[in-house]
Design a binder for this molecule. Structure first.
Ligand SMILES: O=C(O)C[C@H]1C=CC(=O)O1
Length: 96
């Protein structure tokens, strides 16, 4: 199942910089592992914002929930999810 996910990150201004850097480092490691594994299909920065648009390819809504809540930055994110299905006019298959 494909999902379009928008994540807006809001780290508390009072968070110590070392803690923020460690969270970002562990988030990056996990995000890159999930991209290599194929579950995190696209990751795009929204220009000018500490936010991203991502496409996830996972087994189920429960799997998406488990993945998103495992992200180190999850407690500091606002997340919007749009489930995707095939458009009848699309010339691509869902693997493209
Ligand atoms: O920077 C972000 O958009 C938040 C998050 C998503 C992937 C990652 O490495 O950090």
């Amino acid at each position: 199942m494909l999902f379009h996910v928008r994540m807006d990150v809001n780290l508390p201004p009072a968070m110590p910089p070392e803690q923020a850097e460690e969270l970002k480092r562990t988030e990056r490691e996990l995000a890159q592992r999930l991209q290599h594994e194929g579950q995190w299909r696209h990751l795009w920065r929204i220009a000018g914002q500490y936010a991203n648009v991502s496409i996830f390819d996972v087994e189920s809504v429960d799997a998406l929930h488990t993945l998103l809540t495992s992200l180190p930055l999850f407690p500091y994110m606002q997340i919007q999810i749009m489930p995707l299905c095939r458009h009848p006019s699309s010339v691509r298959d869902s693997d493209a």
